[in-house]
Design a binder for this molecule. Structure first.
Ligand code: 4NP
Length: 155
């Protein structure tokens, strides 16, 4: 099983959006028996919360399910339990590196998988309010990430 964890600051806007989109892509490509997905936040503020209403709305608009998802915080065992830690911005990467290191785990930014991406970081819609733009970026990032994982693991 290939295990992917998306990480942002609060785990209510960007990383749950990525988790929901990625799960949808995996399911549509019948890869749900080979890849698992989860998301977590650096901060503890929203533990147990549903995704932000802006994230829920844009996922509803695109018919992507977020059923049963609730926010949790990153924990040290995530470095044992996941193969990919996919961060939304540079600060997430910096924070993750400060929590633990494990050379067996791939730590990268979602937009690193998009060639010539117009943004290298996914801007935080909690502050910008622009959930539609973030959906566009996250969808592109997730699509490219899945292609890379399929190539690397010959799926
Ligand atoms: P996220 O957005 O990292 O994309 O989930 C945020 C949500 C909440 C907060 C910050 C960012 N906050 O400070 O509560």
């Amino acid at each position: 099983m290939i295990r992917v964890l998306f990480v942002c600051l609060g785990n209510i806007c960007r990383s749950p959006m990525a988790e929901a989109i990625f799960r949808d892509l995996i399911k549509k490509q019948k890869l749900d028996g080979q890849i698992t997905v989860d998301s977590a936040g650096i901060g503890h503020w929203h533990i147990g919360s549903d995704p932000h209403e802006g994230t829920r709305k844009v996922l509803d608009d695109h018919n992507v399910s977020y059923e049963g998802m609730e926010a949790r915080q990153v924990k040290e065992s995530d470095w044992d339990d996941f193969d990919y830690l996919i961060a939304m911005d540079d600060k997430n990467v910096q924070d993750l590196n400060g929590i633990r290191e494990n050379k067996d785990v791939t730590l990268s930014r979602l937009m690193d998988y998009v060639p010539n991406a117009k943004e290298k970081e996914v801007p935080d819609p909690y502050f910008t309010g622009n959930f539609d733009y973030v959906y566009e970026l996250v969808h592109e990032g997730c699509t490219r990430l899945l292609e890379e994982i399929k190539q690397d693991h010959k799926l």
